[in-house]
Structure formats: C-alpha cells, structure tokens
Design a protein around this ligand. Structure first.
Ligand code: FAD
Length: 203
C-alpha cells in the first residue's frame, strides 16, 4: 500500500494513523477542527476526550482492564498516552485530558510517515481509507456515507456528562472519598458532591 487516509483525529483516528504508520504505510490524517467543529468538542486538540476522563477499569481481571493489557502489548499509542497522563482514580484509568492530548499530538507530529491535514473531508477518497469520524461526523461526510451505505440516516444517542472546574467546588460541602476502597490515596481519589433531588435536576 502506498498511501492511506484516516478521516478524523479523535481517539480512533489517531490510534489508527499511528498503527498504520508504524507498519511503514505513509498515512494522511484529516481533522476538521478548527475549520469546522462539533457540538461536543471544546478544543482544537487531536484525541480530545469529549466527555468523561475515565477510560474505565485498569484491573487486568476486568473485561475493559484486560483489553488495556492487550492494547499495551500491541503498542497502542493511546495507552502509552493514558499511562503517561494518568491521575489517581482507584482501579480505573483516568487521565489529565490535556496531558493526554499533548502526548498524542507530539507523537504524531514527530512521526515521519504521518501527515496531518486540518480540513473537513466531504468526499471519501478513492484510495484506501479508514473512516474514524466518530459519532459527530460532519453533515457532508454523513451524507456521503448514507449514499454509500444506503441507509436513510446514521443515529447516535448519548448523554453529555458536565465538566466541572475543581476551583468552583465548595470543599466545605464536597468531600474526598475512595470509590471502591482498593488502597487508593488515603484521602480518597474522588471528590464527591452531595446533591438533593432538586439540586441534581438543576445540575
Ligand atoms: C455528547 C457525548 C458524550 C459522550 N460521552 C462518553 C463517555 O462518557 N464515555 C465514552 O467512552 N464515550 C463517550 N462518548 C462517545 C465518545 O465520542 C467516544 O468514546 C469517542 O470520542 C469516540 O472516538 P472517535 O475517535 O470514534 O470519535 P471522536 O473522538 O469524536 O473523533 C472523531 C473526530 O473526527 C472529526 N471529524 C468528524 N467529521 C469529520 C470530517 N468530515 N472530516 C475530518 N474530520 C472529521 C471530529 O472533529 C473528531 O475530532 C460521548 C460522545 C458524545 C457525543
């Protein structure tokens, strides 16, 4: 293969570009932000975590922890980034989202076989292509996919967890505690915010 295109510089696309380039295939990675953004992304970063900063269990005897072990063995860039950017979260692997994106952007920028193009792809290239444009694929590309797949529409439903600045918390009400008591930090890895029903619904 002489050239591969990867559409979308999110979690899937950055890993895909890394893996193909590591196998000696010149790879062009397309990311539409900042030219065009999505309703959920907040930054122009590659591999932006749009929601929770937890990647789930890091324990090797859990299904998602076992997947992480396998990903590490397969040379996953995202796992290296996650391990380097990890923050305390009990048995889960949670990351500092900026350090995580930094790590991935730096690794991709330094790879001699990866070219990053900041542009929206509206037509699927004729050459081999990985489409990794995620649940918030741009309208034009979604229409292109609809035409190709013969589906009336592509659907994605989810809820968006709000991001809260630590500085905005009143620590006389909020408190630190462990989630599962598995030998995390003595004062607890998580900040817990008690809310009554009305406060919760407002939040
Ligand atoms: C509101 C919301 C909440 C979510 N909450 C969670 C959660 O808590 N936990 C969880 O695991 N997952 C959550 N998800 C799912 C989350 O999106 C995925 O886990 C993860 O981001 C998927 O990675 P991805 O690489 O497939 O897509 P993304 O990370 O979205 O990356 C796709 C990239 O493609 C780019 N792109 C799109 N169209 C084009 C185009 N035409 N040309 C070029 N670039 C394009 C986008 O800008 C984006 O950077 C949530 C999603 C949404 C929308």
């Amino acid at each position: 293969m002489t050239q591969l295109h990867v559409i979308g510089g999110g979690l899937a696309g950055t890993e895909a570009a890394w893996q193909t380039a590591q196998r000696g295939i010149p790879t062009t990675l397309y990311e539409m932000r900042p030219q065009r953004t999505t309703p959920a992304h907040q930054t122009n970063r590659l591999a932006e975590l749009v929601c929770s900063n937890s990647l789930g269990s890091n324990l090797p005897d859990r299904a998602s922890g076992m997947l992480k072990v396998e990903l590490r063995r397969m040379g996953s860039l995202l796992m290296r980034a996650a391990d380097a950017a990890a923050v305390p979260a009990g048995g889960a692997l949670a990351v500092d989202r900026e350090a995580f994106a930094d790590f991935i952007e730096t690794a991709l920028a330094q790879h001699p076989l990866i070219t990053l193009r900041r542009e929206e792809v509206t037509r699927i290239p004729q050459e081999p292509t990985i489409i990794a444009s995620g649940p918030l694929t741009s309208e034009a590309l979604a229409q292109e996919l609809e035409a190709l797949l013969g589906q009336e529409a592509l659907y994605f439903y989810d809820a968006l967890a709000p991001l809260v600045n630590a500085e905005s918390l009143n620590m006389e009400i909020a408190f630190r505690a462990s989630r599962y008591d598995r030998g995390e930090q003595p004062d607890g890895d998580y900040i817990n915010c008690p809310l009554d029903k009305a406060e919760y619904l407002r939040f």
